[in-house]
Each structure stands twice: as structure tokens, then as C-alpha cells.
Ligand binder design. Sequence first.
Ligand SMILES: Nc1ncnc2c1ncn2[C@@H]1O[C@H](COP(=O)(O)OP(=O)(O)OP(=O)(O)O)[C@@H](O)[C@H]1O
Ligand SMILES: [Mg+2]
Length: 274
Amino acid sequence: MIIGTLPGTRTITKGVIENVESIAVFIAKGGTGKTTTAVNLSAALALQGKRVLLIDGDPQGTIATYFNLQPVGGGLAELLMGEEVALQRLRDNLVLISSGGYDLWEISSLIDQRVDRYHVLGRILSRLSRLDYIIFDCPPALNVLTYNILYASDHVLLPFSTDYLTAITAVKTINALRELPPEHAPHILGVVPNFYDRFDKAHRAILRLARGHFGELLTETIIRYSRKISEAPNHAQTVFEYSPASRGSSDFASLADEVVQRCLTSRSPGAVKS
Ligand SMILES: Nc1ncnc2c1ncn2[C@@H]1O[C@H](COP(=O)(O)OP(=O)(O)OP(=O)(O)O)[C@@H](O)[C@H]1O
Ligand SMILES: [Mg+2]
């Protein structure tokens, strides 16, 4: 269902959106739970009464697949081309901008020719109002599209599957984020262990290492492996709808609480940008 439109614009304003916490869910590695986190974190925030816009920044268009949606009235690709796009109502308090009808990779390569290539999205989104959170699902690579999302985001949240290679990728991703120009670099909100199985010795060891290395950046919330999380998309449901009493629901509800808290703390006077 279309509930409104967002006018395309090329006007120049600042990248980060006023009075809205925008969070990119990103790590430069595939299959770590970015889409799962973007969807269920958005749903958890919406259930708390926050007004949430979920944006599918992955050309694979996985969120539309997750919710079994038919393409309507454009998406991020069209938005980046300055066209008008539909906001699709997903749930109470939760709307979606899908990845779009045009090929998002192609649009990205067009944008790549522009002098202002990393700022296109931020400038467009700065016109949004009446929202509390924007959550971006990202592709698993640093490219012009991800830079647009990162430049438009206040924060970045990194879900990592609790294994050695992904932990190393989290370190590398954080290093890359820290090399961005300070005025555009998003604050690192947290590194979130995902797929955690406390009976797996290797997982326990990686979690200990991650605590030592990331310190405060590691979220207290751990998303445990949950079959219900992986089954929920088969039913086009969030984990809260598919299995409200599951550990997946309680973990994502805790993550939402922690995200709200971490966003607030990052805004408090004296907070240091990680
Ligand atoms: N905590 C979890 N427990 C069980 N399954 C999970 C969990 N988190 C994610 N999954 C499953 O793992 C798979 C990969 O997750 P997801 O698609 O969210 O990763 P991704 O990082 O977005 O991948 P890509 O980089 O390809 O976009 C999906 O099938 C998802 O349902
Ligand atoms: Mg994904």
C-alpha cells in the first residue's frame, strides 16, 4: 500500500537529517545478518511507537523479497535519480523505500561520475520530516552507493556473525569508516554479535576476543542463533509476528532498547565520536 510520496529534489542542504536518527546497517561482508537486523530492528522500534523509515540500499532488493512485495512507484534508485518515489506502508509506524525499479547498481555508476557523488542521497533525505528513525540496509561492499548511505547516516551498526573472518572484516570496516572525512563519518553505534551459539566453543572464544578488541563498541545485546529468525521471511513476517516468544524476538527487542540508548548517549554533551 502506498501511503505517500517523497519528492525528488536536487537542492543542496546538509547530509544528516535533522531530528531523525539515521542508522546504516553495514559491514563489508555478505551474509552476516544486515538485512535481518535492518528489518527486525526497524520493526522493534516501530513497536515501541517510533516512526521508522526502512530504506533498502541493497541492489539485490532483499527487503521486498522478505515481505513478498510487488514493486510500486519506484524506490531508492529512482530517488537517487531525482524522481518521486512511493513510501510503502509495511506496518504501523513503519514505512519502506524499496531498492527500486531501476537497477540500483547502474544508477550508482551514473552517480559515480558526479562531483558531489557521495552526497546525493543525504541531500534528498534532508527534506524528510515526521520520522524518528531511518534504518538503511546496505550491500556488503564499500562503493558509491554505500558511501551515499554512510554520508547520509548519523550512525552505523555492524552486525557480525560470530566467527573469526567476520570479526576481522568488522575491524577493517571500522578502520575504513574512521578514514572518512570527520564531517561525513557516521558515529559507530555498535558492533553486534549475530548467530551466537553459547554451546559453540569457537563462538565463545570469538566473543571474548571481540570484547577485548571492540570494548564499548561491542553491544551488550547478542543476537543468538534462532531458527525462528531464519524462518520468519518465508512467511513475510518480522520475527515479532512469526514467533513473539522466541529468543529472536527478545534479542531484537533488547537491541532496539540498546540502540535507542546509544543514540541518546552519542548526542549527550561531551560524547566522543567513535
Ligand atoms: N540470528 C540468526 N539466527 C538464524 N538465522 C539468521 C540469524 N541472522 C540471520 N539469519 C539468516 O542468515 C541468512 C543471512 O542473513 P541476511 O540476509 O540478513 O544477511 P546479510 O548480511 O543481509 O546478507 P547479504 O550481505 O547477502 O545482504 C538469512 O537466511 C537469515 O534469515
Ligand atoms: Mg542483505
